[in-house]
Design a protein around this ligand. Structure first.
Ligand SMILES: Cc1cc2nc3c(=O)[nH]c(=O)nc-3n(C[C@H](O)[C@H](O)[C@H](O)COP(=O)(O)O)c2cc1C
Length: 169
């Protein structure tokens, strides 16, 4: 299976460790995994101009690094969203990459997963709710959600849990 992991953290710390653990586990199970650092990419917000649904015939009017993410949306069997919690939600950078799927309607993926990192014990409700609503809307199956809070971040136990999780698709 081809898997794209969208990393929404600007740091190579907690979320990135979760993304890498997922990659390691999934590759051990024979999957092809690419981590897309959407925070390092230049991805503007959707302009709602509807060019993509008219003259653009599925292509966004904006030429930026979203082209790379759209390619991954079109060709991946599974999408993993990995993000720190910023003010009870996903980061602005990963939200832009999620919303810009608008030009093609939805990802081709049949499965998705969510990896979330936060400082405090339970700020995940908003991000999980957004993720579940998007999956319901696009008809993509939820393969699982893993969260890490405070001390759990980068802990051996949490990274081992993610590696095991990634082997089971
Ligand atoms: C702008 C900003 C907003 C944050 N908002 C929250 C929050 O609402 N709840 C929380 O528990 N942690 C919050 N945090 C802490 C991060 O979610 C936490 O440190 C996380 O582990 C960072 O992941 P990273 O190491 O991948 O960047 C925030 C951090 C930043 C920088």
């Amino acid at each position: 299976m081809k898997i794209a992991v969208l990393n929404g953290s600007p740091r190579k710390e907690n979320t990135y460790a979760m993304a890498e653990a997922f990659k390691e586990g999934a590759e051990a199970a024979g999957h092809e995994v690419e981590i897309l650092n959407v925070v390092k990419m230049k991805i503007a917000g959707c302009l709602a101009c509807e060019y993509c649904h008219t003259k653009g015939e599925g292509r966004c009017v904006q030429r930026d690094d979203m082209d790379t993410v759209i390619e991954a949306y079109k060709t991946s069997d599974m999408i993993v969203f990995a993000s720190p919690i910023y003010y009870f939600g996903l980061t602005a950078q990963i939200a832009a990459a999620i919303q810009r799927v608008y030009c093609i309607g939805k990802p081709a993926a049949k499965k998705a997963a969510l990896l979330l990192s936060a400082g405090s014990p339970n700020p995940f409700t908003g991000a999980i709710s957004t993720y579940k609503d998007i999956l319901a809307f696009t008809g993509i199956e939820d393969a699982g959600i893993i969260t890490a809070s405070g001390e759990e971040n980068k802990s051996e136990a949490k990274l081992a849990e993610i590696k095991e999780f990634a082997k089971n698709f």
